[in-house]
Structure formats: structure tokens, C-alpha cells
Design a protein around this ligand. Structure first.
Ligand code: IMP
Ligand code: MG
Length: 183
């Protein structure tokens, strides 16, 4: 047991379960995007691990971009305002975008980004999220590809963080409440 494992209340999805689901999503997206030269846009930092796995699970001719946004600070709830802190580096007009996100929670981030990319001329914007937490949605937005639907609990691992930590856990787990109860 590592120091990080000790802060985990329970494991929701093991490394093997995640890998199997990522393969299914990759197969599904392969059928949908074959010949469409999609541009995968990863939302930093939480989606970096999912991005690396999903693009290899979906063997279509494609390219990758990264965008960084901030809306959370170090709290476990969204402040609502989304700011782009690192933008994509190319013209996306006419491109079929697939936004790769770690978790769809309130929907603030993805509804902002979807509108942003459409305004910049994307032909289509699809959303692929590893996790969906529909119980907390405040914006009307749904993902096209969902890894797992999760209950209203704060989760970490496989890219997801608490105060920038736990991203490198190979599984997804629920943090012990006492780890963030000082908030
Ligand atoms: P939204 O804008 O409220 O949909 O939130 C999306 C972002 O909030 C995600 O990209 C995550 O960075 C963060 N987030 C939401 N819920 C969790 C969670 O349970 N664990 C870790 N990060 C989360
Ligand atoms: Mg994030």
C-alpha cells in the first residue's frame, strides 16, 4: 500500500476495468470518426492520462491539441467562471473536434468549451468524458461518449486530482472525507 492508497476510502474502478472501458470507447469512436480526420482536444490537466489511452485505443488518422482551463482553484466545487489559461495552437475551422475530458460535473467547463470551439468554426464538437456525474449538472449538456457514470462523490486518480495530487493513481477512487474536511 502506497502513501496515496491510504487516503482512498474505496476503489470505484480498477486499472483493468478502466482499460477495458477505454478499449470499448475507442472502438466506438473508431467507427464514428474513421475517415473524418478528427482533432482530439484534451482538457488539461485532468484528462492527460485518459487522452493518452483513448487516442491509442482509437486508431484513426487524427491529431491532438491541448487546452487548459481553470475554474476550480483548490476547492472541490466549481466557482462557475471558466478561464482559458492555455489555448489550442491551430486553426480549427471545418474540423471535427472530439473534446477529451476527465469528468463532466456541473457542465460549466464543457458547455463553455463547446461554444468556444463552435464560435471558432469547428464543423462539429463531440464530447468524450471518462466520468459523468449527472446529479450535479447545472448546465444543459450531455456527453457523446461516457466511460462511467459516477455518484456524487469526490473522486481521484487516473488523471483526476485533489489539490493537484493523486493524478498518478492507476485506478479511480473516492478520497477519505478527512483528507479534505479542513476545507
Ligand atoms: P464542471 O465544469 O463542473 O463540469 O467540472 C469539470 C471539472 O471539475 C473537471 O475537469 C475536474 O477537473 C473537476 N472535477 C469535478 N468533479 C471532480 C471530482 O470528483 N474529482 C476531481 N475533479 C473533479
Ligand atoms: Mg479538470
Amino acid at each position: 500500500m502506497s502513501m496515496m492508497d491510504q487516503d482512498i476510502l474505496k476503489v470505484l474502478y480498477t486499472q483493468e476495468e478502466i482499460a477495458a472501458r477505454v478499449k470499448e470507447l475507442g472502438d466506438q469512436m473508431y467507427k464514428d470518426f474513421k475517415g473524418k480526420n478528427p482533432l482530439f482536444v484534451s482538457v488539461l490537466r485532468g484528462a492527460f492520462i485518459f487522452m493518452a489511452d483513448i487516442v491509442r485505443a482509437c486508431q484513426v488518422k487524427s491529431d491532438v491539441e491541448f487546452i487548459a482551463v481553470s475554474s476550480y482553484g483548490n476547492a472541490t466545487r466549481s466557482s462557475g467562471a471558466v478561464q482559458i489559461t492555455h489555448d489550442i495552437q491551430q486553426d480549427i475551422s471545418g474540423r471535427n473536434l472530439v473534446v477529451i475530458e476527465d469528468i463532466l460535473d456541473s457542465g460549466n467547463t464543457l458547455s463553455f468549451l463547446k461554444q468556444y470551439f463552435l464560435t471558432k468554426g469547428a464543423a462539429s464538437v463531440s464530447i468524450c468524458t471518462l466520468l459523468d456525474k449527472p446529479s450535479r449538472r447545472t448546465k444543459v449538456i450531455t456527453a457523446d461518449y461516457i466511460g462511467f457514470t459516477v455518484p456524487d462523490e469526490f473522486v481521484v486518480g487516473y488523471g483526476l486530482d485533489y489539490c493537484q495530487k493523486y493524478r498518478n493513481l492507476p485506478y479511480i477512487g473516492v478520497l477519505k472525507p478527512e483528507v479534505y474536511s479542513g476545507e
